[in-house]
Design a protein around this ligand. Structure first.
Ligand code: SAT
Ligand code: MN
Length: 583
């Protein structure tokens, strides 16, 4: 296989002469190709077969121990102007960045096969889908891209028809963290990544293309590329609404996207469109429609069990690649909170004796095709996507943020999104559990200046009066003893029901300085171990704490200087004023 498209052929040739691979393979995306690569990786020791009776088609990959998460400090947006990248991104001059990273790519693929992966982000016949080609020397990346995207012959045919695509160049290099960089050149629609084999750093269709590069393109073209799950909620009456939710990495997006209604909610159904990324476009009626650019899930394994996420638990019993989980004595994958089996070997391959940390790495992952999800929506392949009724922001906050509240308007919703903060997780290298601002859960993923990004979000209010309502949720409130106040998981459906009731005008709400809160009776707690006092705490707005929070949000927004939209400043000032009036 090769290509008739000269720009693509020339680029592949130039990469080959820089990286000097032993051979070049154009990926066709077939099952045979997938299986052949799996076989080769077993021979080389890159993949280990798991118990094929209990886990058919499942394999374990152990990454380099220093290569287990995204590396935000080594991730750069290399736009011509530093201001365009903004204070939210690391920046390097494009010429300097190319020189620096090309020096590392020089001869990097010697003795290896160079794989050319044409891929499509979004349903292959969707007008909203976008094309890319990733060149990599990692067969692990190829099989993950096979599960995560529509890759191969069909994608190449569309690329040849359209004549343009995002270029992604990746090599694992020698995995030296000092020679690791993830660089984006939005004006050139180019990504270069070296020194890491980990998901978000190496599967270039995902965060690099579908968020950082796509968010830049979306701004120019009038749409949104967001770090959001997309889920359909079907009532017993058969009415389905779709919502898109932005939470930071490892805050439960996958669990919410494939939620199992609790027994108390007979007749309710949940349909998964996506668990990580949404591309949102206005349609001719001014409604926001969403597609999921991905075709699979790269989910956090620990914590997944038959109770927390039955769908995920079931779908990762076959045809799944596990990265950095532990093993039982009979060669089955094991992770913390799996609730069955016992660990014998940890994620590093050492004998597990219980004393040296978790058996599975906290950011261990499963890669699996979305088609294996029992709750996979029949509209996941719809070229026009689904209409969105509500957008929901959220974070992991011990205190302050109520269980749920609603923005007073689209513009106020943009302020709420801009103010999102969350405790950090193991999905990125660095301290865990520190509260940091993560606007729209896009802090690591927005490919341009957040001030311009908020202006872009605000501009939607001028383009449509049919926009979804905006909400904020927090499943993670704790009491003084560190106990979670809300049961979470399947019970989150109760909160989604309130959100839909609001969208449909079925319930009123309590106006507060920070937004509309539920009347306690409107959150159904029947059968839950949540007392009226606990619910009151979950729905309380602590004016003093919120004043401090708004001051901190104000300082954060000010750090964007002149480019910060006045409308956002005005929205902030209004909330501050309302808090003072509430004394
Ligand atoms: O590592 S990924 O970026 O692919 C997953 C995540 O952090 O959301
Ligand atoms: Mn994510």
């Amino acid at each position: 296989m090769t290509t008739t498209l000269t720009v693509l052929k020339d680029w592949v040739d130039s990469v080959a002469s820089l990286t000097r691979p032993a051979s070049i393979h154009w990926c066709d995306g077939s099952d045979e190709e997938y299986q052949r690569l799996i076989d080769e990786m077993q021979e080389s020791g890159t993949l280990m077969p798991l118990d094929q009776k209990e886990y058919p088609g499942c394999y374990l990959h152990r990454s380099d121990p220093s290569d287990v998460a995204r590396v935000e400090h080594l991730t750069f947006v290399c736009s011509k102007s530093q201001d365009d990248a903004g204070p939210n991104n690391n920046w390097m001059d494009p010429a300097d960045a190319h020189a620096k990273i090309d020096a590392l790519f020089d001869g990097a693929m010697q003795g290896r096969t160079m794989y050319v992966i044409p891929y499509c982000m979004g349903p292959i016949d969707s007008p909203y889908a976008r094309l890319g080609v990733e060149i990599t020397d990692s067969p692990y990346v190829v099989v993950n891209m096979n599960l995560m995207t529509r890759m191969g012959a069909a994608a190449l045919a569309r690329i040849e028809k359209e004549g343009h695509f995002v270029k992604g160049l990746h090599s694992t290099g020698d995995l030296d963290p000092d020679k690791r960089f993830i660089m984006h050149f939005p004006e050139e629609l180019t990504i270069k990544s070296i020194g890491s084999g980990y998901g978000g750093n190496a599967l270039l269709g995902k965060k690099c293309h579908a968020l950082r590069i796509a968010s830049w393109q979306a701004r120019q073209e009038g749409w949104l590329a967001e770090h959001m799950l997309i889920v359909g909620i079907e009532s017993p009456e058969g009415e389905t609404h779709y919502v898109a939710c932005a939470f930071p990495s490892a805050c439960g997006k996958t669990n919410l996207a494939m939620l199992i209604p609790p027994e108390s909610h007979a007749g309710w159904k949940i349909w998964t469109l996506g668990d990580d990324i949404a591309w949102l476009h206005l349609d001719t009626e001014g409604k926001l429609r969403a597609i999921n650019p991905e075709a699979g899930y790269f989910g956090v394994v620990p914590g997944t069990n038959a109770k927390t996420n039955r769908n995920a638990f079931d779908m990762i019993q076959r045809n799944t690649i596990f990265t950095n989980v532990g093993l039982t004595a009979d060669n089955q994958p094991w992770w913390e909170d799996k609730k069955t089996g016992k660990p014998a070997i940890d994620w590093l391959g050492n004998k597990y004796d219980g004393g040296n940390g978790p058996a599975a790495h906290p950011n261990s992952r499963f890669t699996v095709s979305a088609r294996q999800n029992p709750s996979y929506s029949s509209l996941a392949e719809a070229p026009d996507g689904v209409p969105i009724s509500a957008l929901v922001f959220g974070g992991r906050r011990k205190e302050l943020a109520p269980l749920v509240y609603e923005a007073k308007s689209w513009r106020h919703g943009v302020l709420i999104g801009a103010g999102v903060a969350s405790e950090t997780t193991a999905a990125a290298i660095g301290n865990v559990g520190v509260v940091r601002r993560d606007p729209m859960a896009m802090k690591p993923f927005c490919g341009y200046n957040f001030a311009d990004y908020w202006a872009h979000w605000l501009s939607f209010a001028d383009r449509s009066d049919n926009l979804p309502r905006i909400f904020h949720v927090n499943w993670f409130r704790q009491d003084e003893d560190g106990k979670f106040l809300w049961p979470g998981f399947g019970e989150n459906l109760r909160v989604l029901r309130w959100i839909l009731d609001r969208c449909e005008g079925r319930v009123d709400a309590r106006p507060t300085p920070v937004g509309y809160l539920p009347q306690p009776d409107d959150i159904d707690t029947e059968g839950l171990d949540v007392s009226p006092e606990t619910l009151e705490a979950l729905l309380a707005v602590n004016v003093d704490q919120w004043k401090t929070e708004m001051q901190s949000i104000g300082e954060y927004l000010d750090s964007y200087g002149e480019r910060l939209p006045d409308v956002l400043r005005a929205e902030h000032a209004q909330v501050v004023k309302a808090l003072h009036a509430a004394e």
